[in-house]
Each structure stands twice: as C-alpha cells, then as structure tokens.
Design a protein around this ligand. Structure first.
Ligand SMILES: Cc1ncc(COP(=O)(O)O)c(C=O)c1O
Length: 469
C-alpha cells in the first residue's frame, strides 16, 4: 500500500526510509526484477572526504559521489554561494535574458580551455552536455550544406550518458543488452585498454593498431559521412582506462586531416581530477573542437554541465549561407545563475590551492594503490591523477575476469564498507576517485582497507569453491 502523503521519515530511521523508497522511488540503473521496489544504502550527511551512512558509520567517499565531489563535502563557502545567489537571483530565462554569473564563468573557463575554445553552452549535467555537442555537430553540418556528415565514432568501453543519443555511444558490457540505441548513427572502435591488448603485442604496436583501425573506418565509411569522434581522455566508468602514449594526439590528427570534430568528453577528467581544470591540453597535448564537462564543475553542489565550443566553429556558422538557420536546442536550466555562481566559487577553490594539492598527492595515491597488485586476485591497478581502478582477474596468466563471480566488486565493496570505505564496484573492478582534498594518511587508510577487503573476498571465494587462489 502506498504511504500517505503526510508520512514523514526522519533521516536515520533507515527501515522507514527503505520502506518508503520501495514504495515511491525508482533508482538509476535498476534491474527489472527490482525496479520500483528497491532501497539502496542511505547516506545521511557528508564532511570533507567522508560520508555518514544511515547507520551513522563514517566512510571515506572513495568515488567522491559519482566522480563529482571534487572539493569535498560540506564546504561552507560553496553552501554560502548557493544561498547568496538564490537570494540575489534564483532563476532567469536564458531564452530572453542572461545573468552575470554565467557570463563571468564562461570567460573564466575560456581562460583555462585549450586552443580557441572560447564559448560555453551550459546544460544540466554530462549527458545533456554530450547531447548538446552532438546536436551542435549535426546542426553545423546541416548549415554547412553537408547533411550526410553525421556519423559519430566512439569506443568500446566508453560511457557518455543516459539520454538517447549520448547513451548510443556507450560501449560497456550490458549497456545495450536491453536498451534501444541509434546504432545507425554510431561506429564503435576498439577500447584503447593496454591491459587487454592482444597477447604478444607491445603498447606502441597496440597504439598503431588502434590508429590504423580509425583510419580504416574513415576510408571505409568516407570522411564525408563522419561528423565527430568522441573520447574520454581517460575512460572513467569503463574502468579508468589510460590510453597508450600518443594515442589521443594521433586520433586528433586523423580528425583534423578528415575534418571530423574531436569532442573530448571531460565530464570526469576536468576540474582537478587529473590536476588541471581541463586535461586535454595540459595532460594529453590535444586541442579538441569541443569539450564537454559537468560533475566537478560545481563539485556536485548543483547540477551543471556544459560544452566548450571552438570560436572557429561558431564563426563558420555566422559566415554561412544560412543566417536564418536556428540551433533549436536549449534547456530551461541552461546558464542557471546558481549553478554558475557555485562553479565560480569552485574555481576559486581549485585555483586557490586545490589543483596544486591534487597534483601533489596523485603520485602517492597511485603508488600506494599499486601495492594491491601483490594480491593474487588483483590483475592490475591502473590510473592517473586521482582516478584509479583495481581490476580483479581469475587467473593472472590469461587475465580473465572472474567468470565464476562477476559480482566480485560488490563483495569487496561490502567488506570495505564494514571497514569504513565506500568504493564504486563495477563488475570485477573497483574504481576509486576520492575528493581531491584527500591527504596522505587518508590514502594509507584507504589502501589498508582495500587490502584487507580484497583478502577477505579471496578467502570467501576459496571457501565457496568459486576460485582456486
Ligand atoms: C565521461 C562521462 N560523460 C558523460 C556522463 C554523463 O553525465 P551525467 O550523469 O551528469 O548526465 C558521465 C557520467 O558518469 C561520464 O562519466
């Protein structure tokens, strides 16, 4: 029976909360057997790198929410800006008017962005940012009288969002098993995962293979039909996949040669995760035509995303034969004054020391987690900056994921939670991307908890006869 409207649940009364959630809440990415009847672990509050769960346990927020709470939880100055901006101007229609924070933020972001990425179109998050970049490419090619140049090239293992077209680009296991997608508009290339490269091939040859594959696709489908290539500089939810050295630069060069727009999806890698406001140029030496961002732009304090767009692309449109053509695309919350004001304060925090701090601790973070490779269940620990992935394998010779127990990440997560760490389990992988404020002793604690939890998981798998050890 549905709960009555006036029913009040106090946060912390976990059972009541769970029952009410089961009656009224549909969670993201549910399975059919649980949809609309599911309660997930409650989070009551947050502070710094910690969250407090429904039972009052204090846990290190290993994934920083969803790779977004970059500045950490409960920051007074961010909360204050939310309040102050809401009291000054809580909303204005971007259809007819503009507000000062969105203009100021665009100018600031343009100062950080590579090349001629001078303009910003704001959205409500990452999916809408990717969708905007794709629709912009379609519109631009229509206006430039080449309406057939619309195919989008993405990669296996990538993740770009949950709207129809952005989701069509996704290439992780299970992304498309039960979902429709625009298969006629998307071509997927091999995942640039050096850990899964063909046996006997070195990383340089693997890189050559990936670039040649793209070249072949362009030759086969025709450059005149391919509008954009989209890539996360480091694949995030596909398992923190750092591509081979030179890969992104060579893919960029192929795009330039063939007049294909290069969209860098920096929804995760921007705003300090790799030590820079944007990673494309500073970390990988590339100048994309568009950069999509979200998440860390407000450290998760307000839903905001956007697309940085090249001045050249905009000028091409202004000079086209179709000055009347309308980019019929906009969101009620584009350029939201509160989101933009929060993002400005978040940039103050990043520029005021947090970027330096993130750069300073990232090597320690990577080397500390790397020690987990001593455990026989761990196939590889990889990462860059403050993002890392621990990939478990059934046996290290073939590097097979655990076919017997694809849910091994969940088991590790459960042990970690008992010991004070929240992880993001992804099938046989655990992904870590803590708030950038994390300090070395907290990294030690995180690594110790992971070590113990993986050990406990190994013992459990052996005991249950699922793994030989
Ligand atoms: C690289 C990347 N792009 C896009 C998205 C979609 O962002 P959102 O969930 O804010 O719509 C995500 C979300 O995790 C992401 O990791």
């Amino acid at each position: 029976m549905a709960a009555k409207r006036e029913e009040v649940v106090k946060v912390g009364e976990d059972e009541g909360l769970a029952a009410l959630a089961r009656q009224h809440l549909v969670q993201p990415w549910p399975v059919a057997g649980e949809i609309g009847d599911e309660a997930r672990g409650g989070i009551r509050s947050g502070e710094g790198i910690y969250v407090i769960d429904g039972e009052g346990r204090r846990l290190i927020d290993g994934p920083a929410g969803m790779w977004c709470v970059n500045a950490g939880h409960r920051r007074q100055e961010l909360a204050q800006v939310l309040y102050d901006q809401a009291m000054e101007l809580s909303y204005n229609s971007p259809w007819y008017t503009m507000n000062e924070p969105s203009v100021a933020l665009s100018a600031r972001l343009s100062g950080h962005a590579p090349g001629d990425l001078s303009h910003v179109f704001y959205t409500t998050g990452g999916s809408s940012a990717v969708e905007t970049a794709l629709r912009f490419m379609q519109f631009a090619n229509n206006v430039r009288e080449r309406p057939e140049k619309k195919l989008i090239v993405s990669r296996q293992g990538g993740y770009h969002g949950s709207t129809y077209l952005s989701a069509s680009l996704n290439g992780r296991p299970r992304d498309h098993d039960w979902m429709d997608s625009a298969t006629d508009q998307v071509i997927k290339l091999t995942c640039p995962n050096p850990f899964r490269r063909p046996a006997g091939m070195d990383e340089a040859a693997f890189c050559d293979m990936l670039v040649e594959e793209f070249r072949d696709v362009i030759a086969a489908r025709g450059a005149e039909r391919i509008g954009a290539f989209i890539a996360e500089p480091v694949m995030a939810s596909g398992g923190v996949i750092v591509p081979p050295a030179g890969y992104l630069q060579r893919m960029r060069a192929l795009c330039t040669e063939n007049d294909i727009l290069f969209i860098a999806d920096e929804v995760v890698t921007a705003f300090g995760r790799l030590g820079s406001v944007f990673a494309s140029k500073e970390v990988f030496g590339i100048e994309p035509d568009m950069i999509t961002f979200a998440k860390g732009v407000t450290s998760g304090y307000f839903p905001l995303g956007g697309v940085m767009i090249s001045a050249r692309l905009l000028e091409d449109l202004r000079r086209s034969n179709h000055s009347e053509a309308m980019f019929a695309h906009g969101l009620t919350y584009s350029s939201h004054p509160i989101g933009c004001a929060v993002a400005l304060k978040n940039l103050d925090i990043l520029e005021g020391g947090l970027l330096n701090h993130a750069r300073g601790v990232s090597e320690y973070f990577q080397s500390s987690l790397k020690r987990l490779e001593d455990l026989p269940l761990v196939g590889e620990v990889r990462g860059l900056g403050l993002m890392a992935c621990i990939e478990c394998v059934a046996d290290r010779v073939s590097n097979n994921p655990l076919t017997l127990d694809l849910e091994v990440g969940k088991r590790i997560d459960a042990h970690c939670q008992e010991l004070g760490l929240l992880v993001r389990p992804l099938i046989n992988m655990c992904v870590m991307s803590p708030p950038l404020t994390i300090e070395r002793p907290q990294i030690d604690t995180m690594t110790d908890i992971l070590h113990t939890s993986i050990r406990r998981t190994m013992d459990e798998l052996v005991r249950e006869g699922l793994w030989k050890g």
